[in-house]
Design a protein around this ligand. Structure first.
Ligand SMILES: [Mn+2]
Length: 267
């Protein structure tokens, strides 16, 4: 049995099925975790969703584009490359399926004992894995209890810094922004959500540059997508970036957790 993590698919269905063939994925034996942003921008978001819903060995962490799709489904607004998903006959089932997905996962590989912390954009250094799990499930239960309220109030870049005192919509919004939109943060973990390049503004660094040696000792790996401009490069083997920009005519990349091998297909 192998466990794979695949980066941002963004509706690139052909590359997705080609990659599954290349890794020789077997749905009855293997496990597949997607890093979110299954949909939008690319040519065939609906086929990606249909394929994933038909295979119970697939789960995804939610990305910002998946949350956008949930939002469009919640207000029944068919627009852009998500039009056919919102208008699909079983759009209500799609909504329910996606709403159940977590914002963060921890997977421990039984052969190596390595632990993999998985979130669409990453996990800020100020939150331990336990704390992150708690905050992520806080959002998931709010999403399930009152989806409209969360989906309609999650927009915006403020507050831009974590604070234990935050409550209600602001608390929910910043947890979502760290886990699904983060790239650069400053030394107080203030988010810069405007910059999607690889060049930091003054006072900011990529979120994964703040971490200490602790990950190495604990055999912890952070696996994330979202940041296509990194093109898979973090210069730190404990931070594994898997969005290799398939939808921008780059590659779609899988990581096999058992041996840390990366396998890609071209757009
Ligand atoms: Mn994203």
């Amino acid at each position: 049995m192998s466990t794979y993590v695949i980066g941002d698919i963004h509706g690139c269905f052909d590359q997705f099925t080609e990659l599954l063939k290349k890794i020789n994925y077997k749905k009855d034996e293997d496990k597949l975790i997607l890093l979110g942003d299954l949909v939008n921008r690319g040519p065939d978001s609906l086929s990606v969703i249909n394929h994933c819903m038909a295979d119970s060995s697939i789960i995804t962490v939610l990305g910002n584009h998946d949350l956008y799709l949930l939002y469009l489904l919640s207000i029944d607004k068919a627009t852009g490359s998500l039009k056919e998903v919102v208008e699909a006959n079983r759009n209500k089932q799609i909504f329910k399926w996606l709403l159940k997905m977590p914002l963060m996962l921890e997977i421990v590989d039984e052969f190596t004992g390595n632990s993999f912390l998985i979130a669409h954009a990453g996990i800020p250094e100020i939150w331990s894995p336990e704390k992150t799990k708690k905050l992520a499930s806080e959002v998931t239960s709010l999403l399930q209890k009152n989806p409209l309220k969360v989906l309609q109030s999650m927009w915006g870049d403020n507050p831009n810094q974590w604070n234990e005192e935050l409550v209600n919509d602001e608390r929910c919004r910043i947890i979502i922004n760290y886990l699904t939109r983060m790239r650069f943060v400053d030394k107080n973990c203030k988010l810069d959500l405007k910059n999607n390049t690889v060049k930091a503004s003054a006072g900011f660094k990529p979120w994964f540059k703040y971490s200490s040696k602790v990950h190495e000792e604990k055999k912890q790996y952070y696996v994330f997508g979202h940041w296509a401009a990194l093109n898979g490069q973090t210069d730190d083997p404990h931070f594994i970036a898997l969005d290799t920009g398939c939808v921008w005519k780059g590659k779609l990349t899988a990581l096999r957790l058992n041996d840390l091998e990366k396998i890609s297909v071209d757009f």
